[in-house]
Design a protein around this ligand. Structure first.
Ligand SMILES: NC(=O)c1ccc[n+]([C@@H]2O[C@H](COP(=O)([O-])OP(=O)(O)OC[C@H]3O[C@@H](n4cnc5c(N)ncnc54)[C@H](O)[C@@H]3O)[C@@H](O)[C@H]2O)c1
Ligand SMILES: [Zn+2]
Length: 364
Protein backbone atom coordinates (compact mmCIF):
# COMPACT_ATOMS: atom_id res chain seq x y z
CA UNK A 1 0.00 0.00 0.00
CA UNK A 2 1.44 3.31 -1.02
CA UNK A 3 1.08 6.32 1.18
CA UNK A 4 1.35 10.04 0.51
CA UNK A 5 2.86 12.62 2.81
CA UNK A 6 2.34 16.25 1.83
CA UNK A 7 5.22 18.68 2.19
CA UNK A 8 4.00 22.25 2.62
CA UNK A 9 7.02 24.45 2.07
CA UNK A 10 6.68 28.20 1.55
CA UNK A 11 7.83 28.10 -2.07
CA UNK A 12 6.00 24.91 -3.11
CA UNK A 13 3.81 22.03 -1.99
CA UNK A 14 4.33 18.44 -3.07
CA UNK A 15 3.78 14.80 -2.15
CA UNK A 16 6.25 12.23 -0.98
CA UNK A 17 4.82 8.93 -2.20
CA UNK A 18 6.11 5.90 -0.30
CA UNK A 19 5.42 2.26 -1.06
CA UNK A 20 6.81 -1.05 -2.17
CA UNK A 21 7.11 -1.67 -5.91
CA UNK A 22 6.08 1.84 -6.96
CA UNK A 23 9.06 2.42 -9.26
CA UNK A 24 6.92 1.15 -12.12
CA UNK A 25 4.37 3.91 -11.36
CA UNK A 26 6.94 6.67 -11.98
CA UNK A 27 5.49 7.48 -15.40
CA UNK A 28 1.92 7.78 -14.17
CA UNK A 29 2.94 9.88 -11.18
CA UNK A 30 5.27 12.10 -13.23
CA UNK A 31 2.56 12.71 -15.80
CA UNK A 32 0.12 13.78 -13.10
CA UNK A 33 2.47 16.38 -11.64
CA UNK A 34 4.24 17.57 -14.77
CA UNK A 35 1.08 17.68 -16.91
CA UNK A 36 2.26 18.45 -20.47
CA UNK A 37 4.23 16.27 -22.83
CA UNK A 38 7.74 16.54 -21.43
CA UNK A 39 11.33 15.57 -21.94
CA UNK A 40 12.99 14.11 -18.87
CA UNK A 41 16.69 13.84 -18.10
CA UNK A 42 17.30 10.83 -15.87
CA UNK A 43 20.31 11.31 -13.60
CA UNK A 44 21.72 8.19 -11.98
CA UNK A 45 25.04 6.60 -11.00
CA UNK A 46 26.92 3.52 -12.19
CA UNK A 47 25.65 1.38 -9.29
CA UNK A 48 22.01 2.34 -9.36
CA UNK A 49 21.45 2.67 -13.13
CA UNK A 50 22.02 -1.04 -13.94
CA UNK A 51 19.56 -1.98 -11.19
CA UNK A 52 16.66 0.40 -11.74
CA UNK A 53 17.08 2.74 -14.72
CA UNK A 54 15.34 0.53 -17.29
CA UNK A 55 12.27 0.14 -15.14
CA UNK A 56 11.91 3.89 -14.56
CA UNK A 57 12.62 4.70 -18.18
CA UNK A 58 10.06 2.20 -19.47
CA UNK A 59 7.44 3.59 -17.11
CA UNK A 60 8.09 7.20 -18.21
CA UNK A 61 8.07 6.30 -21.89
CA UNK A 62 4.86 4.37 -21.50
CA UNK A 63 3.34 7.56 -20.08
CA UNK A 64 4.41 9.39 -23.23
CA UNK A 65 7.59 11.12 -22.06
CA UNK A 66 10.82 11.41 -23.97
CA UNK A 67 13.75 10.25 -21.83
CA UNK A 68 17.48 11.00 -21.91
CA UNK A 69 20.05 9.90 -19.38
CA UNK A 70 23.17 11.08 -17.64
CA UNK A 71 25.03 8.38 -15.71
CA UNK A 72 27.97 9.37 -13.51
CA UNK A 73 30.59 7.31 -11.66
CA UNK A 74 29.07 6.41 -8.27
CA UNK A 75 30.44 8.31 -5.31
CA UNK A 76 30.83 11.71 -3.72
CA UNK A 77 33.86 12.53 -5.92
CA UNK A 78 31.48 12.92 -8.87
CA UNK A 79 29.52 15.65 -7.08
CA UNK A 80 31.23 18.45 -8.95
CA UNK A 81 30.73 21.07 -11.65
CA UNK A 82 31.93 18.76 -14.45
CA UNK A 83 28.99 16.44 -13.85
CA UNK A 84 26.58 19.38 -13.77
CA UNK A 85 28.07 20.73 -16.94
CA UNK A 86 27.53 17.32 -18.56
CA UNK A 87 23.83 17.46 -17.59
CA UNK A 88 23.42 21.04 -18.88
CA UNK A 89 25.04 19.92 -22.11
CA UNK A 90 22.62 17.05 -22.72
CA UNK A 91 19.64 19.29 -21.97
CA UNK A 92 20.89 22.05 -24.26
CA UNK A 93 21.66 19.60 -27.06
CA UNK A 94 18.25 17.95 -26.81
CA UNK A 95 16.41 21.28 -26.77
CA UNK A 96 15.00 21.13 -23.23
CA UNK A 97 12.64 23.99 -22.44
CA UNK A 98 11.26 25.31 -19.16
CA UNK A 99 8.39 22.83 -19.28
CA UNK A 100 10.81 19.86 -19.24
CA UNK A 101 12.27 18.19 -16.17
CA UNK A 102 15.09 16.28 -14.49
CA UNK A 103 14.62 13.07 -12.50
CA UNK A 104 17.11 11.92 -9.87
CA UNK A 105 17.36 8.17 -9.45
CA UNK A 106 19.83 7.22 -6.73
CA UNK A 107 21.27 8.29 -3.42
CA UNK A 108 21.91 11.77 -2.09
CA UNK A 109 24.63 12.45 -4.65
CA UNK A 110 22.30 11.90 -7.62
CA UNK A 111 19.57 13.88 -5.84
CA UNK A 112 21.73 16.87 -4.96
CA UNK A 113 23.22 17.07 -8.46
CA UNK A 114 20.02 16.52 -10.43
CA UNK A 115 18.36 19.16 -8.26
CA UNK A 116 21.18 21.63 -8.82
CA UNK A 117 21.24 21.05 -12.59
CA UNK A 118 17.46 21.61 -12.66
CA UNK A 119 17.67 24.71 -10.45
CA UNK A 120 20.19 26.33 -12.78
CA UNK A 121 19.24 25.20 -16.29
CA UNK A 122 17.20 28.00 -17.96
CA UNK A 123 17.11 29.60 -14.46
CA UNK A 124 15.12 26.71 -13.14
CA UNK A 125 13.19 23.73 -14.46
CA UNK A 126 11.38 21.05 -12.46
CA UNK A 127 12.92 18.09 -10.67
CA UNK A 128 11.49 14.78 -9.50
CA UNK A 129 13.32 12.94 -6.75
CA UNK A 130 13.39 9.14 -6.78
CA UNK A 131 15.69 8.28 -3.87
CA UNK A 132 17.06 4.74 -3.62
CA UNK A 133 19.28 4.89 -0.51
CA UNK A 134 17.91 5.00 3.03
CA UNK A 135 19.70 8.30 3.68
CA UNK A 136 18.15 9.88 0.61
CA UNK A 137 14.65 8.55 1.42
CA UNK A 138 14.58 9.92 4.96
CA UNK A 139 16.61 13.06 4.41
CA UNK A 140 18.23 14.40 1.26
CA UNK A 141 15.42 13.89 -1.28
CA UNK A 142 13.04 16.06 0.75
CA UNK A 143 13.41 19.73 1.49
CA UNK A 144 14.88 21.22 -1.67
CA UNK A 145 18.56 21.62 -0.79
CA UNK A 146 20.62 20.92 -3.90
CA UNK A 147 24.27 21.42 -4.71
CA UNK A 148 27.78 20.24 -5.40
CA UNK A 149 31.14 20.11 -3.62
CA UNK A 150 34.16 22.30 -4.22
CA UNK A 151 37.64 20.78 -3.93
CA UNK A 152 38.06 22.62 -0.61
CA UNK A 153 34.72 21.88 0.99
CA UNK A 154 31.53 19.86 0.65
CA UNK A 155 28.21 21.38 -0.42
CA UNK A 156 29.70 24.84 -0.92
CA UNK A 157 27.71 25.72 -4.03
CA UNK A 158 24.00 25.15 -4.34
CA UNK A 159 20.45 26.35 -4.62
CA UNK A 160 17.06 25.66 -3.12
CA UNK A 161 14.68 23.81 -5.42
CA UNK A 162 11.75 21.90 -4.02
CA UNK A 163 10.95 18.78 -6.08
CA UNK A 164 7.62 18.42 -7.92
CA UNK A 165 7.14 15.02 -6.31
CA UNK A 166 9.26 12.48 -4.41
CA UNK A 167 8.77 8.79 -5.23
CA UNK A 168 10.16 6.34 -2.67
CA UNK A 169 10.07 2.66 -3.60
CA UNK A 170 11.14 0.83 -0.46
CA UNK A 171 11.95 -2.29 -2.50
CA UNK A 172 15.06 -0.46 -3.73
CA UNK A 173 16.52 -0.77 -0.24
CA UNK A 174 16.87 -4.53 -0.75
CA UNK A 175 19.97 -3.99 -2.88
CA UNK A 176 21.62 -1.56 -0.46
CA UNK A 177 24.73 -2.91 1.30
CA UNK A 178 24.49 -3.44 5.09
CA UNK A 179 27.02 -0.62 5.62
CA UNK A 180 24.94 1.86 3.62
CA UNK A 181 21.79 0.77 5.40
CA UNK A 182 23.46 1.29 8.77
CA UNK A 183 24.71 4.73 7.84
CA UNK A 184 21.16 5.74 6.85
CA UNK A 185 20.05 4.63 10.30
CA UNK A 186 22.25 7.38 11.75
CA UNK A 187 19.83 9.95 10.28
CA UNK A 188 16.77 7.89 11.25
CA UNK A 189 17.85 7.76 14.89
CA UNK A 190 18.52 11.50 14.76
CA UNK A 191 14.81 12.23 14.08
CA UNK A 192 13.84 10.12 17.10
CA UNK A 193 16.16 12.14 19.32
CA UNK A 194 15.38 15.65 18.06
CA UNK A 195 11.61 15.46 17.69
CA UNK A 196 9.93 12.07 17.62
CA UNK A 197 9.28 10.20 20.84
CA UNK A 198 6.98 7.60 19.19
CA UNK A 199 9.74 6.83 16.68
CA UNK A 200 12.15 6.47 19.59
CA UNK A 201 9.71 3.98 21.14
CA UNK A 202 9.57 1.97 17.91
CA UNK A 203 13.34 1.87 17.53
CA UNK A 204 13.87 1.02 21.20
CA UNK A 205 11.39 -1.87 20.92
CA UNK A 206 13.41 -3.24 18.00
CA UNK A 207 16.62 -2.85 20.00
CA UNK A 208 15.11 -4.48 23.10
CA UNK A 209 13.91 -7.49 21.15
CA UNK A 210 17.31 -7.94 19.51
CA UNK A 211 15.86 -7.11 16.07
CA UNK A 212 17.62 -3.81 15.44
CA UNK A 213 20.19 -5.23 13.07
CA UNK A 214 17.51 -7.17 11.20
CA UNK A 215 15.42 -4.10 10.37
CA UNK A 216 16.45 -4.04 6.69
CA UNK A 217 14.65 -7.36 6.23
CA UNK A 218 11.41 -6.27 7.93
CA UNK A 219 9.75 -4.38 5.10
CA UNK A 220 6.57 -3.28 6.84
CA UNK A 221 8.28 -2.02 9.96
CA UNK A 222 10.92 -0.32 7.85
CA UNK A 223 8.29 1.41 5.73
CA UNK A 224 6.57 2.77 8.84
CA UNK A 225 9.89 4.07 10.15
CA UNK A 226 10.67 5.78 6.84
CA UNK A 227 7.24 7.42 6.84
CA UNK A 228 7.80 8.72 10.36
CA UNK A 229 11.09 10.32 9.29
CA UNK A 230 9.53 11.83 6.17
CA UNK A 231 6.70 13.30 8.27
CA UNK A 232 9.27 14.76 10.64
CA UNK A 233 11.29 16.31 7.87
CA UNK A 234 8.12 17.65 6.20
CA UNK A 235 7.12 19.22 9.50
CA UNK A 236 10.47 20.97 9.89
CA UNK A 237 10.48 22.18 6.26
CA UNK A 238 6.96 23.57 6.65
CA UNK A 239 8.11 25.80 9.48
CA UNK A 240 11.51 26.83 8.10
CA UNK A 241 12.19 26.06 4.45
CA UNK A 242 15.30 28.21 4.12
CA UNK A 243 17.24 27.10 7.19
CA UNK A 244 17.11 30.32 9.14
CA UNK A 245 15.72 28.87 12.35
CA UNK A 246 14.09 25.59 13.30
CA UNK A 247 15.46 23.61 10.34
CA UNK A 248 18.82 23.79 12.08
CA UNK A 249 17.70 21.10 14.55
CA UNK A 250 18.29 18.63 11.69
CA UNK A 251 21.97 19.36 12.26
CA UNK A 252 22.03 17.45 15.56
CA UNK A 253 25.21 15.37 15.49
CA UNK A 254 26.39 17.23 12.38
CA UNK A 255 28.56 20.02 13.84
CA UNK A 256 31.00 17.53 15.34
CA UNK A 257 30.11 14.89 12.73
CA UNK A 258 31.13 17.01 9.74
CA UNK A 259 34.52 17.71 11.29
CA UNK A 260 35.11 14.03 12.06
CA UNK A 261 34.06 13.19 8.48
CA UNK A 262 36.44 15.68 6.94
CA UNK A 263 39.35 14.71 9.26
CA UNK A 264 38.89 11.12 8.05
CA UNK A 265 39.25 12.43 4.48
CA UNK A 266 35.74 11.15 3.92
CA UNK A 267 36.78 7.55 4.54
CA UNK A 268 34.12 7.42 7.27
CA UNK A 269 30.53 7.53 6.04
CA UNK A 270 28.35 10.56 6.75
CA UNK A 271 25.73 8.73 8.83
CA UNK A 272 28.48 7.05 10.86
CA UNK A 273 30.00 10.46 11.63
CA UNK A 274 26.57 11.84 12.57
CA UNK A 275 26.28 8.99 15.09
CA UNK A 276 29.69 9.89 16.51
CA UNK A 277 28.71 13.55 16.60
CA UNK A 278 25.51 12.78 18.52
CA UNK A 279 27.51 10.66 20.98
CA UNK A 280 30.13 13.42 21.46
CA UNK A 281 27.45 15.97 22.38
CA UNK A 282 25.68 13.48 24.64
CA UNK A 283 28.83 12.68 26.62
CA UNK A 284 29.70 16.36 26.91
CA UNK A 285 26.15 17.22 28.02
CA UNK A 286 26.33 14.54 30.70
CA UNK A 287 29.70 15.81 31.90
CA UNK A 288 28.42 19.40 31.90
CA UNK A 289 25.46 18.39 34.05
CA UNK A 290 22.94 19.26 31.30
CA UNK A 291 21.68 15.70 31.04
CA UNK A 292 21.17 12.89 33.53
CA UNK A 293 22.84 9.48 33.34
CA UNK A 294 19.63 7.66 32.41
CA UNK A 295 18.95 9.87 29.39
CA UNK A 296 22.59 9.59 28.29
CA UNK A 297 22.37 5.78 28.47
CA UNK A 298 19.17 5.72 26.42
CA UNK A 299 20.78 7.77 23.64
CA UNK A 300 24.05 5.87 23.58
CA UNK A 301 22.35 2.45 23.80
CA UNK A 302 20.08 3.17 20.84
CA UNK A 303 22.91 4.36 18.61
CA UNK A 304 24.94 1.27 19.51
CA UNK A 305 22.01 -1.13 18.98
CA UNK A 306 21.83 -0.16 15.31
CA UNK A 307 25.50 -0.92 14.74
CA UNK A 308 26.76 2.66 14.84
CA UNK A 309 29.78 3.96 16.78
CA UNK A 310 29.34 5.72 20.12
CA UNK A 311 32.91 6.82 20.78
CA UNK A 312 35.24 9.30 19.20
CA UNK A 313 38.66 10.46 20.28
CA UNK A 314 39.05 13.61 18.16
CA UNK A 315 40.51 16.27 20.49
CA UNK A 316 38.09 19.05 21.41
CA UNK A 317 40.42 21.70 19.91
CA UNK A 318 40.20 20.03 16.51
CA UNK A 319 36.42 19.73 16.70
CA UNK A 320 36.17 23.45 17.47
CA UNK A 321 38.65 24.56 14.80
CA UNK A 322 36.85 22.48 12.18
CA UNK A 323 33.46 23.86 13.19
CA UNK A 324 34.70 27.43 12.88
CA UNK A 325 35.52 26.73 9.23
CA UNK A 326 32.14 25.19 8.60
CA UNK A 327 29.52 27.06 6.64
CA UNK A 328 27.01 26.78 9.51
CA UNK A 329 28.97 29.47 11.31
CA UNK A 330 27.15 32.82 11.45
CA UNK A 331 29.46 35.63 12.47
CA UNK A 332 31.71 34.54 15.29
CA UNK A 333 29.16 32.32 17.02
CA UNK A 334 28.13 28.76 16.29
CA UNK A 335 24.56 27.50 16.31
CA UNK A 336 24.73 24.20 18.14
CA UNK A 337 21.96 21.66 18.51
CA UNK A 338 21.38 20.06 21.87
CA UNK A 339 19.15 17.16 22.80
CA UNK A 340 19.09 17.03 26.57
CA UNK A 341 15.90 15.01 26.65
CA UNK A 342 14.88 12.58 23.92
CA UNK A 343 12.15 13.98 21.66
CA UNK A 344 13.11 17.64 21.66
CA UNK A 345 16.06 19.73 20.55
CA UNK A 346 17.24 23.23 21.23
CA UNK A 347 19.44 25.59 19.29
CA UNK A 348 22.10 27.23 21.43
CA UNK A 349 24.48 29.93 20.21
CA UNK A 350 28.03 29.66 21.52
CA UNK A 351 31.33 31.36 20.88
CA UNK A 352 34.23 29.12 19.97
CA UNK A 353 35.60 29.51 23.50
CA UNK A 354 32.30 28.40 25.03
CA UNK A 355 32.08 25.45 22.62
CA UNK A 356 35.62 24.40 23.53
CA UNK A 357 34.81 24.59 27.23
CA UNK A 358 31.70 22.45 26.66
CA UNK A 359 33.45 19.73 24.63
CA UNK A 360 36.47 19.64 26.96
CA UNK A 361 34.23 18.46 29.78
CA UNK A 362 34.56 14.98 28.19
CA UNK A 363 38.24 15.06 29.12
CA UNK A 364 39.36 14.64 25.49
N1 LIG B 1 20.14 17.81 0.12
C1 LIG B 1 20.11 17.47 1.38
O1 LIG B 1 19.30 17.96 2.16
C2 LIG B 1 21.09 16.46 1.86
C3 LIG B 1 20.94 15.90 3.14
C4 LIG B 1 21.82 14.90 3.53
C5 LIG B 1 22.82 14.48 2.68
N2 LIG B 1 22.95 15.04 1.44
C6 LIG B 1 23.98 14.58 0.51
O2 LIG B 1 23.70 13.22 0.18
C7 LIG B 1 24.91 12.55 -0.13
C8 LIG B 1 24.94 11.25 0.61
O3 LIG B 1 23.85 10.46 0.22
P1 LIG B 1 23.98 8.89 -0.02
O4 LIG B 1 24.54 8.25 1.19
O5 LIG B 1 22.70 8.41 -0.54
O6 LIG B 1 25.15 8.86 -1.11
P2 LIG B 1 25.27 8.24 -2.59
O7 LIG B 1 24.31 8.88 -3.49
O8 LIG B 1 26.68 8.29 -2.97
O9 LIG B 1 24.82 6.74 -2.35
C9 LIG B 1 25.67 5.90 -1.60
C10 LIG B 1 26.02 4.64 -2.39
O10 LIG B 1 24.87 3.81 -2.44
C11 LIG B 1 24.65 3.38 -3.76
N3 LIG B 1 23.23 3.12 -3.84
C12 LIG B 1 22.20 4.01 -3.71
N4 LIG B 1 21.04 3.38 -3.75
C13 LIG B 1 21.30 2.07 -3.92
C14 LIG B 1 20.50 0.90 -4.00
N5 LIG B 1 19.17 0.96 -3.90
N6 LIG B 1 21.11 -0.30 -4.18
C15 LIG B 1 22.45 -0.37 -4.25
N7 LIG B 1 23.27 0.69 -4.14
C16 LIG B 1 22.69 1.88 -3.98
C17 LIG B 1 25.18 4.48 -4.61
O11 LIG B 1 25.50 4.05 -5.90
C18 LIG B 1 26.43 4.90 -3.83
O12 LIG B 1 27.50 4.05 -4.15
C19 LIG B 1 26.03 13.49 0.24
O13 LIG B 1 26.55 14.09 -0.94
C20 LIG B 1 25.36 14.56 1.09
O14 LIG B 1 25.98 15.81 1.01
C21 LIG B 1 22.10 16.02 1.03
ZN1 LIG C 1 23.13 14.34 7.52
Amino acid sequence: MEDKIRVRATSAEYDVIIGSGILSDCGKIAKEVLKDQVKILLVSDTNVAPLYLDKVKASLEEAGMETYDFIFAAGEQSKNIDSISGMWDVMAKEGFTRSDAVLALGGGVAGDMAGFAAATFLRGIRVIQVPTSLLAMVDSAIGGKTGIDLPRAKNQVGAFLQPSVVIEDTDCLKTLSPELFTEGMGEVIKYAFIMDLPLYGRLKALADSGDAMGLSGKSEELEEIIKACVRDKADVIASDEFDSGRRQILNFGHTAGHVIESLSNYSLMHGVCVAKGMAVFTEAALAAGLMDQEERDKIIDLIRAFGLPVTDDTPSEKLVAGAMNDKKKRGSTLSLIFVNKIGSAEIVKMTSAEYLEFLSKRGI
